[in-house]
Design a binder for this molecule. Sequence first.
Ligand SMILES: [Fe+2]
Length: 303
Amino acid sequence: MTADPTARTTGPARFSEERSAEVVAASFAGTPDARLGEVMTALVRHLHAFVKDVEPTVDEWAAAIGFLTEVGTACTPVRQEFVLLSDVLGVSMLVETMNNRADRGTESTVEGPFHLVRSPARELGADIALDGKGEPCLVTGTVRGVDGTPVPGAAVDVWQANADGFYDVQQPEQQPEGNLRGLFTTDDEGRFWFRSIVPRYYPVPTDGPVGRLLQATGRHPNRPAHIHFDVRACGYRPLLTHLFVADTPYLDSDAVFGVKDSLVREFPTVDDPARAAEVGLPNPFRAVHFDVVLRPETPADGA
Ligand SMILES: [Fe+2]
Protein backbone atom coordinates (compact mmCIF):
# COMPACT_ATOMS: atom_id res chain seq x y z
CA MET A 1 0.00 0.00 0.00
CA THR A 2 1.42 3.34 -1.00
CA ALA A 3 1.19 6.41 1.14
CA ASP A 4 -1.18 9.22 0.20
CA PRO A 5 1.17 11.85 -1.28
CA THR A 6 -1.22 14.66 -0.26
CA ALA A 7 -1.25 13.73 3.46
CA ARG A 8 0.90 15.89 5.74
CA THR A 9 2.48 13.81 8.44
CA THR A 10 5.03 16.24 9.76
CA GLY A 11 3.26 19.58 9.61
CA PRO A 12 5.06 22.21 11.65
CA ALA A 13 1.96 23.78 13.19
CA ARG A 14 -0.57 20.97 13.67
CA PHE A 15 -2.32 21.24 17.03
CA SER A 16 -2.14 18.23 19.34
CA GLU A 17 -2.46 17.71 23.08
CA GLU A 18 1.26 17.14 23.36
CA ARG A 19 2.32 20.11 21.20
CA SER A 20 -0.47 22.54 22.10
CA ALA A 21 1.68 25.14 23.85
CA GLU A 22 4.40 25.02 21.22
CA VAL A 23 1.91 25.40 18.35
CA VAL A 24 -0.09 28.23 19.92
CA ALA A 25 3.04 30.06 21.08
CA ALA A 26 4.37 29.90 17.50
CA SER A 27 1.28 31.76 16.32
CA PHE A 28 2.59 34.83 18.17
CA ALA A 29 6.00 34.68 16.48
CA GLY A 30 5.18 37.63 14.24
CA THR A 31 4.12 39.99 17.04
CA PRO A 32 5.62 43.39 16.13
CA ASP A 33 6.03 44.44 19.78
CA ALA A 34 8.80 42.18 21.09
CA ARG A 35 7.70 42.50 24.72
CA LEU A 36 4.09 41.61 23.87
CA GLY A 37 5.33 38.60 21.94
CA GLU A 38 7.44 37.51 24.92
CA VAL A 39 4.52 37.93 27.33
CA MET A 40 2.03 36.04 25.14
CA THR A 41 4.47 33.18 24.54
CA ALA A 42 5.06 32.81 28.29
CA LEU A 43 1.34 33.10 29.01
CA VAL A 44 0.53 30.30 26.57
CA ARG A 45 3.30 28.09 27.93
CA HIS A 46 2.17 28.48 31.57
CA LEU A 47 -1.56 28.41 30.85
CA HIS A 48 -1.33 25.21 28.85
CA ALA A 49 0.83 23.62 31.54
CA PHE A 50 -1.80 24.63 34.12
CA VAL A 51 -4.63 23.11 32.06
CA LYS A 52 -2.66 19.90 31.51
CA ASP A 53 -1.96 19.73 35.24
CA VAL A 54 -5.59 20.28 36.29
CA GLU A 55 -7.31 18.49 33.36
CA PRO A 56 -10.58 20.42 33.76
CA THR A 57 -13.83 18.98 32.47
CA VAL A 58 -15.66 21.07 29.90
CA ASP A 59 -18.11 22.15 32.63
CA GLU A 60 -15.26 23.14 34.96
CA TRP A 61 -13.64 25.27 32.25
CA ALA A 62 -16.99 26.94 31.55
CA ALA A 63 -17.32 27.62 35.31
CA ALA A 64 -13.85 29.18 35.33
CA ILE A 65 -14.76 31.48 32.45
CA GLY A 66 -18.07 32.27 34.19
CA PHE A 67 -16.15 33.24 37.34
CA LEU A 68 -13.83 35.59 35.46
CA THR A 69 -16.84 37.09 33.68
CA GLU A 70 -18.45 37.77 37.06
CA VAL A 71 -15.24 39.38 38.31
CA GLY A 72 -15.36 41.73 35.34
CA THR A 73 -19.02 42.63 35.69
CA ALA A 74 -18.53 43.30 39.43
CA CYS A 75 -16.14 46.16 38.60
CA THR A 76 -17.45 49.73 38.87
CA PRO A 77 -15.73 53.12 39.10
CA VAL A 78 -15.54 52.66 42.89
CA ARG A 79 -14.95 48.92 42.99
CA GLN A 80 -12.16 46.94 41.32
CA GLU A 81 -12.86 43.22 41.68
CA PHE A 82 -9.98 42.23 39.36
CA VAL A 83 -7.52 44.11 41.58
CA LEU A 84 -9.02 42.27 44.54
CA LEU A 85 -8.58 38.93 42.74
CA SER A 86 -4.96 39.83 42.01
CA ASP A 87 -4.56 40.84 45.66
CA VAL A 88 -5.94 37.65 47.25
CA LEU A 89 -3.86 35.51 44.85
CA GLY A 90 -0.75 37.34 46.05
CA VAL A 91 0.07 38.59 42.55
CA SER A 92 -0.31 42.29 43.38
CA MET A 93 2.16 41.87 46.20
CA LEU A 94 4.56 39.84 44.03
CA VAL A 95 4.59 42.49 41.30
CA GLU A 96 5.01 45.26 43.87
CA THR A 97 7.87 43.44 45.59
CA MET A 98 9.71 42.55 42.37
CA ASN A 99 9.54 46.17 41.23
CA ASN A 100 10.87 47.51 44.52
CA ARG A 101 13.78 45.26 45.39
CA ALA A 102 15.13 47.65 47.96
CA ASP A 103 18.21 46.98 49.98
CA ARG A 104 17.86 50.58 51.10
CA GLY A 105 14.84 52.68 51.78
CA THR A 106 11.44 51.95 53.26
CA GLU A 107 9.80 48.81 51.91
CA SER A 108 6.69 49.15 49.77
CA THR A 109 3.42 47.26 49.81
CA VAL A 110 0.14 47.15 47.89
CA GLU A 111 -1.88 50.31 47.29
CA GLY A 112 -5.17 48.59 48.08
CA PRO A 113 -8.58 49.47 46.66
CA PHE A 114 -9.55 52.39 48.90
CA HIS A 115 -7.38 55.24 47.61
CA LEU A 116 -10.34 56.33 45.55
CA VAL A 117 -10.42 60.03 46.26
CA ARG A 118 -7.83 62.74 46.57
CA SER A 119 -6.89 63.22 50.19
CA PRO A 120 -7.64 66.77 51.34
CA ALA A 121 -4.56 68.93 51.92
CA ARG A 122 -4.12 69.57 55.65
CA GLU A 123 -1.77 71.52 57.90
CA LEU A 124 0.84 69.61 59.89
CA GLY A 125 -0.69 68.59 63.22
CA ALA A 126 -4.25 68.49 61.86
CA ASP A 127 -6.70 65.90 63.17
CA ILE A 128 -7.86 63.66 60.33
CA ALA A 129 -10.47 61.95 62.56
CA LEU A 130 -13.22 64.36 61.51
CA ASP A 131 -15.92 62.57 63.48
CA GLY A 132 -13.82 62.27 66.63
CA LYS A 133 -14.62 58.56 66.99
CA GLY A 134 -11.94 56.08 68.04
CA GLU A 135 -8.85 55.89 70.21
CA PRO A 136 -6.83 59.11 69.73
CA CYS A 137 -3.39 58.65 68.24
CA LEU A 138 -0.46 60.91 67.35
CA VAL A 139 1.47 59.93 64.21
CA THR A 140 4.95 61.41 63.73
CA GLY A 141 7.85 60.77 61.40
CA THR A 142 10.55 62.18 59.18
CA VAL A 143 11.10 61.68 55.45
CA ARG A 144 14.76 61.23 54.52
CA GLY A 145 16.86 60.13 51.59
CA VAL A 146 18.98 56.98 51.83
CA ASP A 147 21.96 59.10 52.91
CA GLY A 148 19.96 60.40 55.87
CA THR A 149 19.29 63.84 54.39
CA PRO A 150 15.87 65.17 55.48
CA VAL A 151 13.45 65.82 52.62
CA PRO A 152 11.54 69.10 53.12
CA GLY A 153 8.42 69.66 51.05
CA ALA A 154 7.67 65.95 50.56
CA ALA A 155 3.99 65.10 49.96
CA VAL A 156 2.78 62.59 52.56
CA ASP A 157 -0.66 61.24 51.63
CA VAL A 158 -2.29 59.07 54.32
CA TRP A 159 -5.58 57.19 54.49
CA GLN A 160 -6.91 54.62 56.92
CA ALA A 161 -9.97 52.75 58.14
CA ASN A 162 -11.87 53.90 61.22
CA ALA A 163 -12.20 52.14 64.58
CA ASP A 164 -14.90 49.89 63.07
CA GLY A 165 -12.73 48.88 60.10
CA PHE A 166 -14.39 50.97 57.38
CA TYR A 167 -13.08 53.67 55.02
CA ASP A 168 -15.11 56.84 54.49
CA VAL A 169 -15.98 55.81 50.92
CA GLN A 170 -17.60 52.64 52.25
CA GLN A 171 -19.82 54.54 54.68
CA PRO A 172 -20.85 57.78 52.99
CA GLU A 173 -23.92 57.96 55.25
CA GLN A 174 -22.01 57.44 58.50
CA GLN A 175 -18.61 59.10 57.96
CA PRO A 176 -17.87 62.66 56.85
CA GLU A 177 -16.25 62.96 53.42
CA GLY A 178 -12.48 62.92 53.72
CA ASN A 179 -12.60 61.28 57.15
CA LEU A 180 -9.26 59.72 58.07
CA ARG A 181 -7.51 61.03 54.97
CA GLY A 182 -4.93 63.79 54.73
CA LEU A 183 -2.28 65.15 52.40
CA PHE A 184 0.56 66.70 54.38
CA THR A 185 3.75 68.48 53.37
CA THR A 186 6.91 67.86 55.38
CA ASP A 187 8.49 70.87 57.12
CA ASP A 188 12.02 72.27 56.66
CA GLU A 189 13.46 69.31 58.58
CA GLY A 190 11.50 66.69 56.62
CA ARG A 191 9.11 66.09 59.51
CA PHE A 192 5.39 65.30 59.42
CA TRP A 193 2.91 64.84 62.23
CA PHE A 194 -0.83 64.57 62.50
CA ARG A 195 -3.57 63.46 64.85
CA SER A 196 -5.78 60.46 64.07
CA ILE A 197 -7.22 57.35 65.72
CA VAL A 198 -5.93 53.79 65.90
CA PRO A 199 -7.34 51.96 62.84
CA ARG A 200 -8.99 48.56 63.10
CA TYR A 201 -8.45 45.46 61.00
CA TYR A 202 -11.07 44.97 58.28
CA PRO A 203 -12.31 42.45 55.73
CA VAL A 204 -11.80 42.98 52.01
CA PRO A 205 -15.16 43.17 50.19
CA THR A 206 -16.80 39.73 50.39
CA ASP A 207 -20.09 40.33 48.57
CA GLY A 208 -18.70 39.51 45.10
CA PRO A 209 -17.12 36.55 43.29
CA VAL A 210 -13.76 36.97 45.04
CA GLY A 211 -15.52 36.83 48.42
CA ARG A 212 -17.23 33.61 47.36
CA LEU A 213 -13.86 32.20 46.29
CA LEU A 214 -12.41 32.97 49.74
CA GLN A 215 -15.39 31.34 51.42
CA ALA A 216 -15.26 28.26 49.17
CA THR A 217 -11.58 27.79 49.99
CA GLY A 218 -11.93 28.33 53.74
CA ARG A 219 -9.90 31.56 53.76
CA HIS A 220 -10.74 34.53 55.98
CA PRO A 221 -11.00 37.94 54.26
CA ASN A 222 -9.31 40.11 56.88
CA ARG A 223 -6.44 42.56 56.67
CA PRO A 224 -4.44 43.58 59.77
CA ALA A 225 -4.89 47.19 60.97
CA HIS A 226 -2.77 49.68 59.03
CA ILE A 227 -2.37 53.25 57.84
CA HIS A 228 -1.64 53.77 54.13
CA PHE A 229 1.19 56.08 53.07
CA ASP A 230 1.91 57.47 49.60
CA VAL A 231 5.08 59.58 49.86
CA ARG A 232 6.43 61.63 46.96
CA ALA A 233 9.22 64.17 46.56
CA CYS A 234 11.15 65.63 43.64
CA GLY A 235 14.21 63.54 42.76
CA TYR A 236 13.03 60.46 44.70
CA ARG A 237 11.13 57.30 43.81
CA PRO A 238 7.48 57.48 44.92
CA LEU A 239 6.73 55.14 47.82
CA LEU A 240 3.45 53.31 48.41
CA THR A 241 3.44 51.54 51.74
CA HIS A 242 1.57 50.76 54.98
CA LEU A 243 2.30 51.31 58.64
CA PHE A 244 0.99 48.22 60.47
CA VAL A 245 -0.22 48.22 64.08
CA ALA A 246 1.94 45.75 66.04
CA ASP A 247 -0.84 44.29 68.22
CA THR A 248 -3.48 43.87 65.48
CA PRO A 249 -5.04 40.51 64.66
CA TYR A 250 -4.23 38.95 61.26
CA LEU A 251 -0.67 40.26 61.09
CA ASP A 252 0.42 36.73 60.18
CA SER A 253 -2.43 35.97 57.78
CA ASP A 254 -3.16 39.15 55.78
CA ALA A 255 -5.73 38.23 53.11
CA VAL A 256 -3.66 40.11 50.50
CA PHE A 257 -0.18 39.13 51.83
CA GLY A 258 0.84 42.79 52.29
CA VAL A 259 2.72 42.59 55.61
CA LYS A 260 6.47 43.14 55.78
CA ASP A 261 8.14 42.97 59.18
CA SER A 262 9.93 46.28 58.64
CA LEU A 263 6.59 48.09 58.41
CA VAL A 264 5.19 46.96 61.79
CA ARG A 265 5.29 49.50 64.63
CA GLU A 266 4.19 49.57 68.26
CA PHE A 267 1.50 52.13 69.12
CA PRO A 268 2.31 52.65 72.83
CA THR A 269 -0.03 54.51 75.18
CA VAL A 270 1.32 57.89 76.33
CA ASP A 271 0.08 59.05 79.75
CA ASP A 272 1.46 62.59 79.90
CA PRO A 273 -1.06 65.43 80.39
CA ALA A 274 1.47 68.11 79.38
CA ARG A 275 2.36 66.33 76.13
CA ALA A 276 -1.34 65.64 75.45
CA ALA A 277 -2.11 69.35 75.82
CA GLU A 278 0.84 70.24 73.61
CA VAL A 279 -0.34 68.07 70.72
CA GLY A 280 -4.06 68.72 71.26
CA LEU A 281 -5.17 65.22 72.25
CA PRO A 282 -6.97 63.93 75.35
CA ASN A 283 -4.77 62.18 77.89
CA PRO A 284 -3.85 59.33 77.64
CA PHE A 285 -3.36 58.80 73.92
CA ARG A 286 -1.58 56.34 71.62
CA ALA A 287 1.47 57.37 69.61
CA VAL A 288 3.45 55.93 66.72
CA HIS A 289 6.61 57.07 64.99
CA PHE A 290 7.23 56.07 61.37
CA ASP A 291 10.33 57.33 59.59
CA VAL A 292 10.27 57.04 55.82
CA VAL A 293 13.35 56.61 53.65
CA LEU A 294 12.97 57.39 49.94
CA ARG A 295 15.25 55.95 47.29
CA PRO A 296 16.68 58.22 44.61
CA GLU A 297 14.81 58.44 41.34
CA THR A 298 16.27 56.38 38.52
CA PRO A 299 16.06 57.16 34.78
CA ALA A 300 13.51 54.32 34.43
CA ASP A 301 11.14 56.09 36.85
CA GLY A 302 10.74 58.95 34.44
CA ALA A 303 10.15 56.68 31.42
FE1 LIG B 1 -6.27 49.52 53.72
